[in-house]
Design a protein around this ligand. Sequence first.
Ligand SMILES: Cc1cc2nc3c(=O)[nH]c(=O)nc-3n(C[C@H](O)[C@H](O)[C@H](O)COP(=O)(O)OP(=O)(O)OC[C@H]3O[C@@H](n4cnc5c(N)ncnc54)[C@H](O)[C@@H]3O)c2cc1C
Length: 416
Amino acid sequence: MSTSHVIIGDGIAGASAAETIREADPDASVTVLTDEGEALYNRILIKEFAKGKLPEAPISIHEPEWYDERDIDLQLNTHVTDIDPDAHEIQTHEGDTYEYDKLLVATGGTPAQVPVENSDADGIHHFWTFQDARGIREHADEADQGIIVGAGLLGIDLAAVCAAQEIDAKYLMRGNRWWRYALSEEGAEIIHEALEENGVEPVFESGVDHFEVDDDGHVTGAVDPDGNHYEGEWAGVAIGLDFNTEFLNGTGLELDDGVVVDEYMQTNVEDIYAAGDLTQFYDTILDSQAQNGAWGSAKEQGSVAGTNMVADAEEKEFRWVSSYSITHFDFPFLSFGHPTRGDDEAERKYSDSEWRRLAFEDGQLVGGVLIGDLSQQSAFKQLIREERQVADKKELLLEKEVDLEEVKAQTPAPAE
Ligand SMILES: Cc1cc2nc3c(=O)[nH]c(=O)nc-3n(C[C@H](O)[C@H](O)[C@H](O)COP(=O)(O)OP(=O)(O)OC[C@H]3O[C@@H](n4cnc5c(N)ncnc54)[C@H](O)[C@@H]3O)c2cc1C
């Protein structure tokens, strides 16, 4: 009897698991269920589509034939509503039942709405799917003024869409800077200047109290908590993700702002695994639970889950230093590891467009942000992976060119 693998979600985590399972077990039955109407595409690239800089075709990664050729049963437009772990069955919105021996939950997240009046008005966009990007591009083409809400990595993509589509935009931020959890004022200043050069005006200590709409229900502006009014017939909101776990309620699966898994991507319920953005995984580098919203990390988690599902054993462990880059400006930007964690930090500005910040936890480097010069990223990632105690070597780590051998000589790697 062949083993039956069911995967919920055809994002990069789910698709990578399907591919891994098929390669490891040619006889397994593999089913992938997704509530989207299209097979895996490059979610990172949809911003370039929304900007008007890329056509549709290069964004697709797998056509349905890719699944056919590998004897993977892909079901589009199929929303999973329930799981019964005892019966090893799942239910879809159309009442269909799928039986599984091994199940992978790779359902990612859905953008959260700002909890204010009119936040679902026509013309207010959230950004996660290719369909979202199509709507954003279409409306952006016609808009003159825009409003962006959400001072993080996705908010800045929406700001870049405004810049590319020549929308005169106000970027409303709650604090005094962009991505305040990972950047100091000095580092954020570089980003603010780049936004302004691109026609996007940052507005600090602001936010949205409510959106205003016309008689047709289309957004016309936003009012911040101080009563300031900003006009815009186009708005982009990116304040975080709600993880897609509703269908897991009552299953006994441990949930904690996502699905809790160990380093093998296994949940607390037998034969159920999870991978991708929605996991609270055990990070073997930090020796604690962690979360990560990045493409490379989701892909690796899918592959680890797939390997362990086939082996029916704890064969492969997830050990990964993630990175996330932004390419909207004329200088590069990269965040790596867990830049928003830590109990200690170090930073330096090297020029008008070069800056570095490193975050430390319990003496280890755990993440950071590089602006302008990414050349030292592999040295930092190596130090993270090797779990060296480097927090008291800040001067060495802030040198423009890090002497990795010197740092290593002064900080022996912990014994295995
Ligand atoms: C605009 C944008 C830009 C980004 N830029 C970067 C970047 O530059 N670098 C980077 O590293 N990362 C970037 N990311 C993040 C990256 O795309 C994600 O981390 C990654 O795609 C997560 O993959 P995943 O498979 O875990 O989840 P997802 O890609 O969210 O896939 C989950 C899938 O499951 C489906 N699903 C959900 N619930 C159900 C259900 N009940 N039944 C059936 N199907 C369901 C969803 O519709 C979705 O198709 C970006 C994301 C966006 C939106």
